[in-house]
Design a protein around this ligand. Structure first.
Ligand code: AMP
Length: 283
């Protein structure tokens, strides 16, 4: 039976009691509306740890658009059932008031990474992410925490803060899980209309097209970017937020393919904003 924990005190006690008996604790932070991408992170944690805790918390401070927060899918009942069926040991699902009690003002500033690409498109987003991740890690005290490469810049921000703040946790990145037609799984996909769901495959198509071009020898990032935009432009329902070829450390746009480089796309379909990326050099 999965244990439901709702306060930092209970989550910390749970984790400490497991660790005191020599059990490793794996941790998968989520915002719920769980899908097979989340399940893949959970399975990985279960395979590598004696115990696994999943957090489900829709973090208001990382939303830059109020309607995105209020319309974010919430499927608590199904999420608990899925965690239970996967063999999760505990779920930490605190309320907003528990995570941010009245009067709390401290935030974590992850530095320059927070101001580029996804951070530039969503002001304040990564400060919200960094703050909640630090709170969750210091509450659940895992040995290892699992994050998806789907949110590539988030993974980089998490690695940055764990290193900069000497947090005693290993961070594992897990490859993106996709639908059969290539669309990256996302909780927000549930909010797509049927037409937008069909149209949204252009994002993965744009990414895979440039990956093929790179495999065929193309090294000019401007050519690759123009190619992504032309693929995205074939779909009139797609409104591009950005389509960039970036360095995987700084997330700054590059001119040529040197070092660790990824293609990253953010695009709106109706009012639903999706992000996706692919590596153009080994991860
Ligand atoms: P979220 O609930 O969207 O905040 O995601 C929770 C975790 O699951 C994050 O580390 C995400 O990067 C990861 N994740 C979300 N979608 C996918 C996916 N399609 N494949 C792999 N990991 C994912």
């Amino acid at each position: 039976m999965v244990e439901i924990l709702t306060t930092p005190h209970d989550a910390r006690s749970w984790s400490r009691s497991r660790r005191s008996t020599g059990h490793s604790v794996g941790f998968v932070p989520t915002m719920g509306a769980l899908h097979d991408g989340h399940a893949t992170l959970v399975r990985r944690s279960i395979s590598e740890n004696r115990t696994t805790v999943v957090s489900i918390f829709v973090n208001p401070t990382q939303f830059d658009r109020g309607t995105d927060f209020t319309t974010y899918p919430r499927t608590e009942h199904d999420d608990i059932a899925l965690c239970e069926s996967l063999g999760v040991d505990a779920i930490y699902m605190p309320s907003v008031d528990v995570v941010y009690p009245a009067g709390s003002t401290t935030t974590v500033d992850p530095g320059p990474l927070a101001g580029v690409l996804e951070g530039a498109a969503r002001p304040g987003h990564f400060a919200g992410v960094a703050t909640v991740v630090v709170k969750l890690l210091t509450t659940c005290e895992p040995d290892t925490a699992y994050f998806g490469e789907k949110d590539l810049q988030q993974l980089a921000v998490v690695r940055r803060i764990v290193s900069d703040l000497d947090l005693p946790v290993s961070v594992v990145g897990v490859p993106t899980v996709r639908e059969p037609d290539g669309l990256a799984m996302s909780s927000r996909n549930r909010r797509l209309s049927d037409d937008d769901r069909r149209a949204a495959t252009c994002v993965a198509r744009a990414l895979f097209t440039v990956r093929d071009l790179v495999d065929a020898g193309e090294r000019d990032a401007h050519v690759l970017r123009a190619t992504m935009l032309s693929v995205l432009a074939t779909e009139p329902r797609c409104r591009v937020d950005y389509a960039e070829i970036v360095d995987r450390t700084s997330f700054a746009s590059v001119d040529t393919l040197e070092g660790d480089v990824s293609a990253c796309v953010a695009a709106f379909f109706g009012d639903v904003r999706l992000i996706d990326n692919t590596s153009l050099s080994p991860l």
